[in-house]
Design a protein around this ligand. Sequence first.
Ligand code: BTN
Length: 151
Amino acid sequence: MKEEKEANIKRWPGSMKNQPMRSSKCNLAGWWKNDLGSKMQVFNVDNKGDFSGMYHTAVSSTQKPIKPSPLRGSQHLDGDDKCTFGFVVNWKSFSDSTAVFVGQCFTDDKEREVLQTAWLLREKVDNLDNDWKATRSGHNVFTRVNPDEEG
Ligand code: BTN
């Protein structure tokens, strides 16, 4: 059993309980939403783990109307569901800020994919005296969006 836990092998409940169930690999491609209501679409992840996409934030510290913003990132391509990843969002169409996210994929107890992330958001300030207050940090949890909720 210890070996199975380390090899990420789970067992189906009920009548299937003796069948081993191997968790699928982590692939960030697709639509995700987070605890703030933001959504992101990750386009194809290439064979090096590199990807691009669009981030639709639900919140902003600016007064300008929010627009979808490009993201670029990279994920590990391990054979399990616990890969780490990072991506940068450039909010150039409505904000001078830049955000970076780092995170890890997980599978929860209901077999849902979960992305645990931490972020840094760098705001543009006018001068060096304001540098100390220019970076915010936080944490977001993403879950995969059902196909009928996409977009
Ligand atoms: C800005 O306010 O200058 C640009 C938008 C920033 C949105 C931030 S990034 C971290 C946090 N998570 C989200 O989904 N949105 C906010």
